[in-house]
Design a protein around this ligand. Structure first.
Ligand SMILES: C[S@@+](CC[C@H](N)C(=O)[O-])C[C@H]1O[C@@H](n2cnc3c(N)ncnc32)[C@H](O)[C@@H]1O
Length: 307
């Protein structure tokens, strides 16, 4: 199938992520989510088991420290907004998202009585000063065209003592299941994802933020390899823009061969490692074993101005 992300640009299949150490998306990729074709497959392609979503929501909600005003920036199709509203029964959740097609999908898939979706970006939030208790930035930090500017804007919206949770992949810990089948993504992701050190430096030097905690968390992203294959075949992540159609097909063939053998092979998934760094890769372990995906979690606290 021609994937939505693969079909998103001109010259179908020409790799467009270029430049060594650019530490963020190429502009074409940053705009990928404006394409209704990618938006329309994003929710299905990025769903995770309900228990995993809840576990993630509980982990993130734990940083709200009793606050009620929750903001997700780069909310995508709203998966986390609705989940946060569920685990925080008193919270009012705002999802801010720059892509109109993604906003429409959020309304369609993740409408909730205590969630509102607004157009905006990390650089220009439609929010008053110091009114938010908790901000989530999930899989967005590498899309930001100017991290220090975003840091200042996010700090403006947070109350002193409020927290910013950055859920992301970082350059020094690339271990997503996709690399097993599309090893070239390891190279392109090493270019587009900033390091943990760089993220911390950009946010703490540009705005009133201090590091609260840095850790990793892993949960099944699919119940088995077959389900994961079905989802991934839709190319519902902007990272696949880096691959030609032929490269994508070759990776799917590797995955299918593994399914045909009935073994996912590879090492174990990564267990929760709160406070620590995961070892090994979040590698699918077999056709009937869950496919684990690990993310790094960088929690910053908004310090009082000038503290
Ligand atoms: C990979 S999706 C993540 C969606 C959701 N947060 C999640 O974790 O499933 C990245 C989202 O970031 C949005 N985005 C891109 N640039 C942004 C910016 N400058 N400010 C806020 N969001 C941005 C995209 O439109 C897209 O919806």
């Amino acid at each position: 199938m021609t994937g939505a992300a693969g079909a998103a640009g001109p010259g179908s299949g020409v790799p467009r992520l270029v430049g060594a150490c650019q530490e963020q998306d190429a502009p074409e990729e940053r705009d990928a989510y404006q394409d209704p074709r990618l938006a329309s497959v994003y929710q299905r392609g990025n769903e995770m088991p309900a228990t995993s979503l809840r576990a993630w929501a509980e982990l993130i909600a734990g940083y709200a420290s009793g606050g009620r005003a929750v903001l997700e920036v780069g909310a995508g199709t709203g998966m986390f907004c609705a989940a946060l509203a569920e685990v925080l029964p008193d919270a009012e959740v705002t999802g801010v998202e720059p892509s109109a097609p993604m906003l429409a999908e959020a309304q369609r898939h993740n409408a909730h009585p205590r969630v509102r979706y607004l157009a905006g970006s990390a650089q220009a939030l439609p929010m008053p000063d110091a009114g938010v208790d908790l901000v989530l930035l999930s899989r967005v930090v590498h899309h930001l065209p100017d991290r220090p500017a975003a840091a200042r804007e996010l700090a403006r919206a947070l109350r002193p003592g409020g927290r910013l949770v950055i859920r992301t992949t970082v350059r020094e810990r690339l271990d997503a299941p996709v690399y097993r089948y599309w090893p070239r993504l390891l190279e392109t992701d090493a270019e587009r994802f900033p390091s943990e050190r760089q993220i911390v430096e950009d946010f703490t030097s540009a705005a009133d933020f201090a590091v609260h905690r840095v850790h990793s968390f892993s949960r099944p992203t699919a119940l088995d390899l077959r389900e994961w294959r079905e989802r991934i075949a839709g190319r519902a992540q902007s990272k696949f823009l880096a691959l030609t159609e032929a490269e994508f097909a070759a990776g799917l063939a590797r995955l299918d061969a593994e399914l045909a053998r009935g073994s996912g092979g590879g090492g174990g998934g990564v267990a929760d490692c709160g406070g620590g760094v995961a070892d090994g890769g979040a590698v699918p372990r077999g056709a009937v074993a869950p496919v684990e995906e690990r993310y790094d979690v960088i929690v910053l606290e908004r310090t009082p101005v000038g503290a």
